[in-house]
Design a protein around this ligand. Structure first.
Ligand SMILES: Cc1cc2nc3c(=O)[nH]c(=O)nc-3n(C[C@H](O)[C@H](O)[C@H](O)COP(=O)(O)OP(=O)(O)OC[C@H]3O[C@@H](n4cnc5c(N)ncnc54)[C@H](O)[C@@H]3O)c2cc1C
Length: 317
C-alpha cells in the first residue's frame, strides 16, 4: 500500500520485463514469454494471442485479483494508473471503503493517517471487522475496532453494505456518487473502493482441466506436495492454491521452493507425465500450512495490533 499516496515508489516495485538481469538472470531471454494465459490444457498452455506453449511440467501461480493490485501490462501504464488513483484520493473529501477484511481495514487506517482532512466510511457486512482473517480472534478484532475508532475522520458501519444498483461495479470508482446502505444511510462518496475479497485468477485452469480442479471459492485444489489434484505434472503455488489459507508472500515463497524441489525429483526420476513411473513411490516434499498463532494488522499512525497465541498487543508508533 506504500505507493498509494506516493506514486514515485512505484518505480521501485515495478520491474520491467526487459530488466531480466535483476529477476530472471538464469533464464534465457527466449524462454521468457509475456502473455495472458487463457486455457491450461494438460500438456499445453494457450495464450491470449493464440500462441500454444507445450510443457512437460507446469506451475500455476497466478494469484488473485483485488482492487489494489495493478492489472497494467507495462511499467508506464502502472505508473499512470497509480498517479490517477493517488490524485483522486488526495482530491476526495469522502472515501467509501466497502469490505472490512485485512485490505479494507489497513487501507482505511492508511487513508485516515495520511489524509486527515478526508472522511473515510468503512462498511462491513459482518458484525465484526476481519471476520474471515486467518489467525484472528475476537479479542484482537475488538482491539482493532477500538483503535480504528480513535481516528477522528472515520465512520465504521458494521452489518451494513451498499445496496445501489446504479454505481459502477468497478473495484475502484472515481465517480462521485450517492451510496445507499442496507441500514438506510446515505454516503456521498468521491471515491468508492470495493475490498470485498480476492478473486482467484483460475478461470483458465478450469477451462482446460475442468471445474473439478477448483474448490468452491475458485482456488486450485492442490495436494500437500504442490501438485494439482489429478495432475501429478501440474503444480500450483502461492495465493491461487489451496495449500494454505494464509495468503501471504512468505507462504508463497515457501511453497515455490517445495514445488521446484519436487519437480526436480520428478525429472531426476525420469517422470514426464505419460510414462509409467509411479509418482506415489517418489520422495516428494510436503508443505505444512502456516501456524495461525500470529496475526498482525497495520493501523497507520496508530501503530499495529498483533495477536500472538491468545495475547493481543497494540504497539503504538
Ligand atoms: C493490498 C495487499 C497488501 C498485502 N500486504 C502483504 C504484506 O504486507 N505481507 C505479505 O507477506 N503479503 C501481503 N499481501 C499478500 C501478497 O501480496 C500475496 O500473498 C503474494 O503476492 C502472493 O504471490 P503470488 O505469486 O501467489 O500471486 P501474485 O503476487 O498475485 O502474482 C500473480 C501474478 O500472475 C499474473 N497473472 C494472473 N492471471 C494471469 C494469467 N491468466 N496469465 C498470466 N499471468 C497472470 C498476475 O498479473 C500476477 O503478476 C498483500 C496483498 C494485498 C492485496
Amino acid at each position: 500500500m506504500t505507493p498509494l499516496l506516493d506514486p514515485s515508489k512505484i518505480h521501485d516495485i515495478w520491474l520491467p520485463f526487459t530488466e531480466r538481469s535483476k529477476l530472471f538472470s538464469p533464464i534465457p531471454q527466449e524462454n521468457l514469454i509475456q502473455g495472458s494465459a487463457v486455457k491450461l490444457n494438460s500438456n499445453a498452455l494457450e495464450l491470449h494471442d493464440g500462441r500454444k506453449i507445450p510443457f512437460d511440467f507446469a506451475v500455476v501461480a497466478t494469484g488473485t485479483k483485488s482492487s489494489l493490485k495493478s492489472t497494467a501490462w507495462t511499467k508506464s501504464q502502472g505508473l499512470q494508473d497509480a498517479e490517477e488513483l493517488c490524485a483522486a484520493l488526495k482530491k476526495a473529501s469522502n472515501i467509501a471503503i466497502v469490505g472490512g477484511g485485512q485490505v479494507g481495514v489497513e487501507l482505511a487506517a492508511k487513508l485516515c493517517s495520511e489524509l486527515p482532512n478526508t472522511h473515510v466510511d468503512l462498511l462491513h457486512r459482518s458484525s465484526t471487522l476481519l471476520s474471515k482473517m486467518a489467525g484472528m480472534n475476537d479479542a484482537a478484532r475488538k482491539k482493532i475496532l477500538a483503535v480504528l475508532q480513535q481516528f477522528p475522520n472515520i465512520t465504521i458501519r458494521l452489518q451494513d453494505t451498499i445496496v445501489n444498483s446504479d454505481i459502477p461495479r468497478k473495484d475502484i470508482s472515481f465517480e462521485r456518487c450517492l451510496l445507499h446502505t442496507q441500514s438506510g444511510n446515505q454516503i456521498n462518496a468521491d471515491v468508492t473502493i470495493l475490498t470485498t475479497g480476492n478473486i482467484p485468477n483460475s478461470k483458465f485452469v478450469a477451462d482446460g482441466l475442468g471445474k473439478s480442479v477448483l474448490d468452491q471459492n475458485g482456488y486450485v485444489r492442490t495436494n500437500p506436495d504442490g501438485s494439482v489434484e489429478g495432475f501429478p505434472h501440474i503444480f500450483s503455488a502461492g495465493d491461487i492454491s489451496t495449500l494454505d489459507s494464509v495468503k501471504l508472500a512468505h507462504q508463497a515463497v515457501n511453497q515455490a521452493e517445495i514445488v521446484s524441489k519436487n519437480i526436480s525429483v520428478l525429472i531426476e526420476a525420469g517422470y514426464f507425465g505419460q510414462n509409467d513411473i509411479q509418482v506415489g513411490k517418489l520422495k516428494l516434499q510436503k508443505y505444512s500450512p502456516a501456524q495461525k498463532w500470529l496475526a498482525r494488522v497495520n493501523l497507520g499512525q496508530l501503530g499495529s495490533v498483533m495477536k500472538i497465541w491468545f495475547l493481543v498487543i497494540h504497539s503504538k508508533k
